[in-house]
Design a protein around this ligand. Structure first.
Ligand SMILES: Nc1ncnc2c1ncn2[C@@H]1O[C@H](COP(=O)(O)OP(=O)(O)OP(=O)(O)O)[C@@H](O)[C@H]1O
Ligand SMILES: O=C(O)C1=C[C@@H](O)[C@@H](O)[C@H](O)C1
Length: 300
């Protein structure tokens, strides 16, 4: 039986984007999206000329090296996203540039575990006025088990992958979503047939940086990396390397590639660990714009 997909208006004026399955397996509440200066903490507008590369054209005052960014997905329990003023301006302007070309299509972020799909995805959703979904979380809801690690343990990886494909299929008939996909979603060709209904963006992060991030938070929630003993960084690095070798051609199917090494080089250094999530989101918007405008030119 097919899932029915729709947006329904809930009580008390809240917006819902829900995927209702026959047995109510999951239904996700999305807070109303407000793209206001207050939400982005913007100052009154000022002149800012943006070209293909905002860091270059915005002048020295906006160069990231000078920014002391207080950027985090959440802050002081308010749930609000904080950006530096300069990054907020660039993000908002680039989002406005991309939106007409995007035309309501969903954005799917793909990339290895820990590559920042959730962190960057939430920023993109905010500035595009889209809703954010994490496909791992939707699988957990569908299955009724609160962690991916437990789904692997109680069922199997194949069971998880089947549910992941179903979630992606359901999402593919929706609009105006940013979806952080599971790191392994790219390995099944059927998933690409769903994701290609929207725009796919690969967050390409060096494995060394990934292993550091993952070792810092632990591997318990990432069943494919989890090992009881040994140095967490070394174990994560070895496993990430072998997974990446199997998957890199699949990631390269994405419409746009956001390379952290490339962003760092553009900023005049080679340290990807100091790139802020909002700088990465800006690069994602630039790459999305390039892809979408080239595609439009080819069509015309
Ligand atoms: N630009 C960044 N700089 C430093 N740390 C980051 C950056 N982006 C994300 N992180 C951190 O890396 C970890 C993984 O990020 P995130 O959950 O966004 O990745 P993900 O791709 O969604 O991971 P998964 O696929 O495993 O769910 C988090 O602890 C997050 O805070
Ligand atoms: O890279 C992977 O295969 C995975 C990544 C996570 O997001 C989860 O989807 C799961 O742990 C598998």
């Amino acid at each position: 039986m097919e899932a029915s997909v729709g947006v329904r208006a809930p009580a008390r004026g809240r917006a819902w984007a829900g995927i209702e399955k026959p047995h109510g397996a999951y239904s996700v509440r999305v807070p109303p999206v407000r793209l206001t200066a207050d939400r982005l903490r913007l100052p009154p507008p000022r002149r800012l000329v943006l070209g293909a590369d905002p860091w270059r054209t915005a002048g020295p005052a906006l160069r990231p090296a000078k920014l002391r960014v207080s950027c985090s997905a959440k802050s002081a329990g308010t749930g609000k996203v904080h950006y530096s003023t300069d990054e907020a301006l660039i993000l908002q302007q680039k989002a406005q540039d991309v939106l007409p070309y995007l035309d309501g299509r969903c954005v799917y972020l793909v990339g290895m575990m820990g590559s920042g799909k959730t962190t960057v995805g939430k920023i993109l959703a905010e500035v595009l006025g889209y809703s954010f979904f994490d496909s791992d979380k939707l699988v957990e809801k569908a299955v009724g088990i609160s962690s991916v690690a437990e789904i692997f343990q109680l069922h199997s990886e194949a069971f998880f992958r089947d549910n992941e494909s179903e979630v992606l299929r359901d999402l593919s008939s929706m609009h105006r979503l940013v979806v952080a996909t599971g790191g392994g979603a790219v390995i099944r060709p059927i998933n690409w047939s769903y994701m290609k209904k929207g725009l796919t963006v690969w967050l390409d992060v060096p494995l060394d940086a990934l292993a550091r991030r993952i070792a810092a938070v632990g591997t318990a929630s990432r069943p494919l990396l989890h090992q009881e003993s040994g140095d967490p960084y070394a174990k994560a690095y070895a496993k990430l390397t072998s997974l990446f070798e199997q998957r890199m051609d699949s990631y390269a199917n994405a419409d746009a590639r956001v390379s952290l090494e490339h962003i760092a080089l553009k900023q005049g250094h080679n340290d990807v660990t100091i790139l802020t999530p909002s700088a990465i989101a800006i690069e994602a918007l630039l790459k999305m714009e390039s892809f979408l405008t080239e595609k439009t030119m080819v069509r015309n």
